[in-house]
Write a protein that binds this ligand. Structure first.
Ligand code: ATP
Ligand code: MG
Ligand code: ZN
Length: 411
C-alpha cells in the first residue's frame, strides 16, 4: 500500500497517557528493532543473494576494498555493513561466522570498536571531513585486522568531497575496507560507483515480513493473529524496521495480546470494512451512504487524504482480483480478505469500470494540492463516480445513434 507510515504513526490523542506512563520504565527498554538487529548473517532475512555472496567472499578470502549497499530504508544495509565489519575483524576470522564473543565482536556489536568508523554522510560529508578521513586511512588499525569505514547516506556527500576521496578509494591501504550505504544510489557519482562492488538490497516481501514478525512475537511472548501481522506488513511497505516499529507500537498499547480490531485505532488506519462498504455503495451509486462514511471518518479524526490513498489501493486490489485468475501472488492479501474482495469486485460489471474509477481517483488525488479543503474535493469526486454507472460505453452509444439514424431514414 502506498502509505505514509510516518504521518500515520502519530498516536491518537485518546490513549497516549497510559502508554507513555507504562513505557516510561524506559531505561532498561530497548526498541524491538534494535533488540532484534541480526547478530549473524543467518539472521538477516530476505537478502539471500547478498548474504551468500558476502559469506563466500569471506570464506574465499576475496573481500573487496569498497562496497556500496543500496536500498530503501530499514532493509538491512547498516546491519549487513556491521556484520561484514565484525566478520573481518573477529579474533577467529576473517570468517563468515563471527564468534560474537571476542572483544572485537562485542565491541562492533555495541558500536564501540576503535577500528570501525561509522560516518554520517549527511552531516559529515563535507570536503574538510573527507580530507580528515583520508588522513585517518593512512594509519594502521589500532588493534584489529582491518579498519572498516562505513559511510551512511553516502549520496549526501558533497561533490568536492567525493572527488577528494576518489584516489583513496581506488587504491586504499590493504587493511582498509569502505562500506557505503545509501537509500538513493542514483545520486552517487558514477566515478564512485565504478570503484565499488554494488549490492542492491530488496524491499522485503509481505510473507518475509510476516514470518519475521511472527518469530519476534514468539520470542517476546506476544499473541497476535496472522491477519494483524499481514496488515502490519502491508503498512511497512517493504521495510523491516518499519514493520518492527509498528509492532512495538502495538505492543505498547495492547500489551501481550494484540487484537485485529485495535489496529485501526492505534495505527490510524481505516479498517478494510470501511473500504468495502464504500466500494459497495459506489457500485450501487449510493452517494448518500458514501458521504455518511466520509463524515464518520472525519469525526473519528482520520486523515481523508490517507483514506483516498488507501481507497486507491483497495480499488487496485479489486481490479487485480477481476483481471487475474491467481491474484494471491500479486496481492499478498490475507485469505479471508481475498474472498470478500472477489465478492465486491463482482459488483462492478467490467474491468473497464474499475479502471475508470481508479483513474478518476488518481486525478482527484493529483488535484488535492490546489484545493483549500480536501474534504470537499473528495466528496465531490465520490459523488461524481456514483454517476459513472449511468455512463454508456461509447461503442454502444454510437450503435444507438446509428440505429436511430437508420430508423429515421426509413420513415
Ligand atoms: N533484512 C533484515 N533482516 C532482519 N532484520 C532487519 C532487516 N533489515 C532491517 N532489519 C531490522 O531493522 C533494523 C534497522 O535495519 P538497518 O539499520 O540495517 O536498516 P538500513 O537498511 O540501514 O536502513 P536506513 O536506510 O534507514 O539506514 C534492524 O535493527 C533490524 O531489526
Ligand atoms: Mg542504515
Ligand atoms: Zn569474534
Amino acid at each position: 500500500m502506498p502509505l505514509n507510515f510516518l504521518k500515520r504513526s502519530f498516536l491518537p490523542l485518546t490513549w497516549p497517557c497510559a502508554i507513555l506512563r507504562d513505557s516510561v520504565d524506559f531505561m532498561s527498554y530497548l526498541a524491538l528493532a534494535r533488540k532484534y538487529r541480526p547478530r549473524t548473517f543467518d539472521e538477516v532475512v530476505g537478502q539471500e543473494p547478498i548474504i551468500v555472496t558476502l559469506r563466500n567472499s569471506l570464506e574465499r578470502r576475496r573481500v573487496h576494498h569498497a562496497y556500496l549497499f543500496a536500498g530503501m530504508r530499514g532493509v538491512g544495509k547498516t546491519t549487513t555493513a556491521r556484520l561484514l565489519a565484525k566478520a573481518l575483524n573477529c579474533a577467529k576470522g576473517p570468517t563468515a561466522n563471527p564468534c560474537n564473543e571476542c572483544v572485537s565482536c562485542v565491541e562492533v556489536q555495541s558500536g564501540s570498536s576503535m577500528d570501525i568508523m561509522e560516518i554520517d554522510g549527511a552531516s559529515s560529508g563535507g570536503i574538510d571531513q573527507i580530507r580528515e578521513l583520508r588522513e585517518i586511512v593512512r594509519y594502521t588499525p589500532f588493534r584489529d585486522r582491518n579498519k572498516v569505514i562505513i559511510i551512511d547516506e553516502v549520496h549526501m556527500v558533497t561533490t568536492p568531497a567525493f572527488n577528494a576521496l576518489l584516489k583513496t578509494l581506488e587504491e586504499p591501504p590493504p587493511y582498509i575496507v569502505f562500506i557505503f550505504a545509501t537509500t538513493d544510489y542514483r545520486k552517487v557519482p558514477a566515478t564512485i560507483l565504478s570503484r565499488c562492488q554494488q549490492y542492491y538490497f530488496r524491499p522485503l516481501t509481505i510473507p518475509t515480513i510476516v514470518q519475521h514478525l511472527r518469530s519476534i512475537c514468539v520470542k517476546e511472548g506476544v499473541t497476535v493473529s496472522e491477519r494483524s501481522l499481514h496488515q502490519v506488513a502491508h503498512l511497512a511497505a517493504g521495510s523491516s524496521r518499519d514493520s518492527i516499529s509498528l509492532l512495538d507500537q502495538l505492543i505498547a498499547y495492547c500489551g501481550m495480546t494484540i487484537k485485529y480490531e485495535d489496529l485501526s485505532v492505534i495505527l490510524n488506519i481505516i479498517a478494510v470494512e470501511v473500504h468495502e462498504r464504500i466500494a459497495r455503495a459506489l457500485a450501487a451509486g449510493d452517494g448518500g451512504a458514501i458521504l455518511k462514511e466520509i463524515g464518520q471518518m472525519v469525526e473519528s479524526g482520520y486523515d481523508l487524504i490517507n483514506f483516498l490513498h488507501d481507497f486507491e489501493s483497495y480499488l487496485r486490489q479489486l481490479l487485480v482480483v477481476k483481471v487475474t485468475k491467481d491474484p494471491v501472488k500479486i496481492l499478498d492479501a490475507y485469505e479471508e480478505d481475498l474472498r470478500t474482495l472477489t465478492e465486491v469486485a463482482a459488483l462492478f460489471g467490467e474491468e473497464a469500470d474499475l479502471l475508470r474509477y481508479l483513474q478518476f481517483l488518481m486525478q482527484v488525488d493529483a488535484s488535492l494540492r490546489y484545493v483549500h479543503n480536501p474534504r470537499h474535493l473528495i466528496e465531490a469526486g465520490f459523488l461524481k463516480m456514483c454517476q459513472f454507472r449511468l455512463l454508456v460505453p461509447i461503442a454502444d452509444a454510437y450503435r444507438a445513434i446509428e440505429q436511430a439514424a437508420k430508423k429515421q431514414g426509413r420513415s
